[in-house]
Design a protein around this ligand. Structure first.
Ligand code: ADP
Ligand code: MN
Ligand code: MN
Ligand code: MN
Ligand code: MN
Length: 387
């Protein structure tokens, strides 16, 4: 008699399940497609894919446009608009929503001269859309430019099969037979799943010129991480969003749905976060660097809950993740420690004797908006009124 294990309760996965059975992109005939792709492209035209964050605050949208030449900066890309009522960003009566290009890179899917363009979204009246936190972050980055803020972001994510169950997980709701201590940075068919996706994604990000730093398999089967950074100012967050777009697009080709759900498989399984590593000149300079880091930690402690409610797409699911188990600190309680993976803020081992370094904020969920998180860290540590 077959034993069918009960699925962990997870609204996101079960709701997506229905939609995902429609994804057949990875099984259409690529040889036939190749015939069309070999048609010469008009030499005076290029394709630009405009990408933006939709009303959900975590999903991305894109649409394509033909341009007459390859733009080398966002200023060279024309502004555009879309129907915000179909993306949860506007009402049908007043649906014109604007796209303002903020970064442009080589398109790794079509290759040069085609480009990807990342956009900020503005409403018809000129105000930023609800899920547009870039201005908030950029203003703070500019205000504290003299302190040269550096960010390094570690994005964890989970791959799901088109049926909504874990990528490479046993069909029918079964669980991987391996113990999790073997999967982190794991090697071997039994221990990891989805390396092709991670590998292809890394290549694409490097081709596109993002500040892509590395990858590793994570604790849970079919869960991976990549890092963006160490990057000055807003660029880490900009590149993170573009890397998320590229990952979703690579996933299409393999039939892997990428989820940033902070606790995708329920309470008995590890969660996914996006650690934010942060420093400014004053932290990186001895003597006194360590003292300044401690000062900042005190401020972060005072503002703990203000950060927590903005550190994920949905407070409830980050609460599930920050349970105090699986190398996390409890949601409601701020803590910090040297080399501690059970703390909200972790510092590196030799930070005291070096009297300089950086801090790692381990609280943000995998589905956070790095614009919000980086902005809040700057605001709390360095102040919003300058200085
Ligand atoms: P771990 O998994 O042990 O936390 P990772 O290697 O995944 O470590 O991530 C470390 C991160 O720290 C990288 O994203 C890197 O860019 C960032 N980082 C390193 N030095 C600094 C610094 N001085 N300021 C800000 N971020 C830094
Ligand atoms: Mn139309
Ligand atoms: Mn890491
Ligand atoms: Mn990790
Ligand atoms: Mn980390």
């Amino acid at each position: 008699k077959a034993i069918i294990l009960k699925r962990p309760h997870n609204v996101l996965v079960s709701r997506k399940r229905h939609l995902l059975s429609c994804n057949i992109n990875h099984i259409t005939n690529k040889k036939v497609m190749d015939r069309y792709m070999r048609l010469p492209f008009p030499c005076n035209k290029i394709l630009a894919t405009y990408v933006w964050i939709d009303g959900s605050g975590i999903n991305l949208r894109c649409k394509d446009r033909i341009l007459n030449c390859m733009p080398y900066s966002p200023e060279g890309v024309p502004e555009w608009a879309f129907d915000g009522s179909s993306t949860g960003q506007a009402t049908t009566g007043s649906s014109d929503t604007k796209l303002f290009p903020i970064s442009v890179c080589r398109d790794p899917f079509r290759m040069e001269p085609h480009v990807l363009v990342f956009n900020e979204v503005y409403m018809g009246d000129g105000k930023p859309a609800k899920t547009n936190n870039r201005k908030f972050c950029n203003d703070l980055c500019l205000m504290h430019k003299d302190q040269e803020p550096w960010f390094g972001l570690e994005q964890e994510y989970t791959m799901l099969d088109v049926d909504g169950w874990g990528f490479g997980w046993p069909k029918g709701g079964g669980f991987p037979a391996v113990k999790y201590e073997y999967s982190y940075c794991g090697v071997g068919a039994k221990y990891i799943a989805g390396r092709d996706v991670s590998e292809s994604h890394a290549r694409c990000c490097l081709y596109s010129g993002l500040d892509f730093e590395g990858t590793n398999a994570e604790v849970m089967h079919a869960c991976w991480e990549f890092q963006i950074g160490t990057t000055i100012g807003i660029k880490a967050a900009d590149d993170m969003w573009m890397a998320r777009f590229i990952l979703a697009r690579v996933g299409e080709d393999y039939g892997a749905d990428i989820t940033y759900h902070p606790k995708p498989m329920g309470m008995l399984h590890p969660g996914c976060g996006m650690h934010h590593n942060f420093s400014v000149k004053k932290m990186r300079t001895a003597p006194g660097g360590y003292g300044f880091i401690e000062e900042c930690i005190k401020k972060l402690e005072k503002n703990h809950m203000k950060h927590m409610v903005n550190y994920g797409n949905d407070e409830k699911t980050n609460r599930m993740r920050l349970s105090g188990k699986f190398e996390t600190a409890p949601f409601d309680k701020f803590s910090w420690g040297i080399a501690s993976r059970k703390a909200s803020i972790r510092l590196q081992r030799r930070i005291k004797e070096n009297d300089k370094g950086f801090m790692e904020d381990r609280r943000p969920a995998a589905d956070c908006d790095p614009y919000l998180v980086c902005g809040l860290i700057l605001e709390t540590c360095l102040g919003s009124a300058g200085g």
